[in-house]
Write a protein that binds this ligand. Structure first.
Ligand code: HEC
Length: 156
């Protein structure tokens, strides 16, 4: 009986906690943050395959490497403009590491996004060729991700 009551109380607190959180974060902002983090997660997943091969941790396979590179190309073709609404920086809301600088430096962000696009295109051309070509394309690609994070993502 006591256990049931304690459980019911805990459940009630959880439910009201969720309602509290929802009422304070604009669902449109929360959704955009989730969308861009999901995009980044998919970048990382596919980059991980290529990086694993580049570091000789995963055996090189031309088909798998090509598919991962093609996924990066496909991901980059998505329109990402609605992922970054005003007020979704880490100074305005919780749950994001996106620095306010993103919204103050459109040219810089565009440059970093362009560098990623170039590096992904180079990887797309190299990945299925052979392991040496993949390795050569890996540095610029990892660098393009890292440069943007250094400038616009809160370090952990
Ligand atoms: C144009 C800038 C930019 C580029 C290029 C970029 N990122 Fe990000 N990335 C960010 C920002 C900003 C965040 C923080 C997003 C947030 O928390 O709202 C982030 C977050 C992440 C996260 C954490 C996601 C999460 O769930 O919190 C991962 C993983 C990631 N990026 C991987 C990558 C990989 C891999 C690449 C390259 C293929 C890449 N990113 C390219 C800006 C960039």
């Amino acid at each position: 009986m006591f256990k049931t009551t304690a459980f019911a109380t805990a459940a009630a607190i959880l439910v009201s906690g969720a309602a509290f959180a929802e009422s304070h974060v604009d669902p449109a902002i929360a959704g955009a943050i989730k969308a861009r983090q999901s995009q980044m997660t998919l970048y990382a997943f596919n980059l991980g395959v290529l990086g694993g091969m580049a570091q000789d941790k995963i055996p090189y396979d031309a088909g798998t490497a090509s598919a991962a590179a093609a996924n990066l190309v496909a991901l980059l073709s998505l329109d990402q403009s609605r992922y970054w609404p005003e007020g979704s920086d880490n100074a305005s809301v919780d749950g994001t590491r996106a620095l306010p600088a993103i919204w103050q430096d459109g040219a810089g962000v565009g440059e970093k996004a362009g560098a990623l696009k170039e590096a992904v295109a180079a990887m797309d051309a190299a990945a299925g060729m052979d392991l040496d070509s993949l390795k050569a394309a890996m540095g610029p690609l990892g660098g393009a991700c890292g440069d943007c994070h250094k400038a616009y993502r809160q370090s952990e």
